[in-house]
Design a protein around this ligand. Sequence first.
Ligand code: HEC
Length: 180
Amino acid sequence: MRSSFLALPVLMAMAVPLQAADVPITPQHQGMAAHGHGAMVSPDSRELVAFPLEMRAQQLRNMRDHMEALDGILTELGEANYDAAARIATDRLGLDSPSAAACKPKLPGAAPAKGSMDEMMDLYMPEGMRSIGLAMHTAASKFAAVVRDTAKSGDTRAAYAALGQVTHNCAACHSAYRLQ
Ligand code: HEC
């Protein structure tokens, strides 16, 4: 009798954690709980940009080219080929590269050609995404100018800092937007 009376508070104490775990689990909770185990990714809070299929494929092709360009730039920097790094940045990432067309502000009243990829981008790309894109292309052109000077000055730190401004915008856009 005496021992079971003593056991009661012990049982109650043991029950507490069970009760705490028994709260309804929302999808958000599930994500957070599973995150620690690496079994599931946490809920995705990025804005979904509903590009038509063809345009999504084009955007992702551009993206893979951006990655290759970045890879090429770092390889050239590692071999102290500063002019070659500048050329890649100008041709494939800079403001005058083909991929920058959709991010550049249009002249007032200038309508993009009907049915062109530019027109589609105009219709579907959120303004915030476009401005991050423009910032990335601008930073790439600036990097090209800085890294050209590196050949003379030997100041590689300035080149890496300028390249960091490029990747900073890659990362900013990726954490805010998704296509699928
Ligand atoms: C203005 C926005 C924006 C900028 C700037 C940007 N990206 Fe992206 N990128 C995206 C979006 C949106 C996706 C699709 C992500 C998703 O749906 O999960 C993407 C996807 C990618 C992918 C995956 C491609 C595939 O085939 O799945 C790579 C690689 C990539 N980006 C590289 C880069 C690099 C490198 C830079 C910078 C030099 C960059 N991106 C800059 C928006 C951007």
